[in-house]
Design a protein around this ligand. Sequence first.
Ligand code: NAP
Length: 330
Amino acid sequence: MALPKVFVTRQILDPALELISQSALVEVWPGELPPSPEILREKSAQVDGLLTNVMDRIDGPLLDAAPGLKVISQLSVGLDNVDLPEATRRGVPIGYTPGILAKSTADLAFALLMAAARRIGEGERWVRQGNWQLAHHPMHWLGVDIHESTLGIIGMGQIGQEVAKRARGFDMRVLYYSRTRKPELESRLAMEYAELPELLGASDFVSLHIPLTEETRHYIGEPELRLMKPTAVLVNAARGPVVDPQALYTALKEGWIYAAGLDVTEPEPIPANDPLLSLDNVVVTPHVGSAALPTRLNTMLLAARNLLAGLRGERLEACANPEVYQRLGI
Ligand code: NAP
């Protein structure tokens, strides 16, 4: 029997590629930039499966152009680039990678929190620019404390829970707000539920861990930023458009809040002349939340297994639209 064909939209690590290649004919997009929508449509029309990335738009027109697709396996937990209802309607299961990257992403969120609080990015730039002439001055480089402060986590899913665990080591009080209250986690992770305005007003650090949906676009805008303390730090390692960038710029410039740590921006990549990058109280990393080698390998292997299961017509290890199984009769 002929092997199924798959298109992988970005280079992946060898063990994952080898796993796929044992059971499928693989074409890997060689470019650093993602394939254009036209190329992605053209390639999708010729294959049985796709392994995609957050930069690829998976929508109705693409699915229409590729009626032979049996599965799309996405290399991420966030699925804001995928039109799930359209995929379900056409009987295409969407694989994704929940949980496996939660710890690494929480590590990075915490790194941003600490860097913004203690002015690490700003200080590092200053040293490299040759400005460190005076060995020490007690009035210089004062930041805010992390230990024994209050952390507000918005979105108590897999990553939010990992952030809450890390906060315990710093003796932080943890507040959280999520769509669904989670009493069992409150006792296990020693945290308190708070409504959003209360959380924003009481937290020294606010860390965002919600998905990007129509409901959460610009979830943090001017009204929310005005509720935060002038000494507070905002961390966004979720998705850029969850925060209104213009409102954030004004908040940081005018001192409504103290600083921000961003792993994601709107737009992405952020242009070098973006007003936010003119501010010293912003630390930015280039969407690297889950970019630790062992985690990335495990994530790719899960995406590969999801892809292969879909090609075999079986249930995926992690499927974002399991209602599709009823349609497929599996
Ligand atoms: P998750 O386990 O699905 O958790 C998301 C949480 O947000 C859930 O607890 C959810 O609802 C809550 N939520 C959803 N909509 C909400 C709303 N409107 N208001 C309040 N809470 C809401 O996902 P995760 O694995 O923690 O990942 C979270 C997001 O992080 C992903 O969607 C992705 O965009 C982003 N991410 C970024 C990186 C990076 O590299 N920076 C890496 C991985 C993930 P309930 O309260 O009902 O449970």
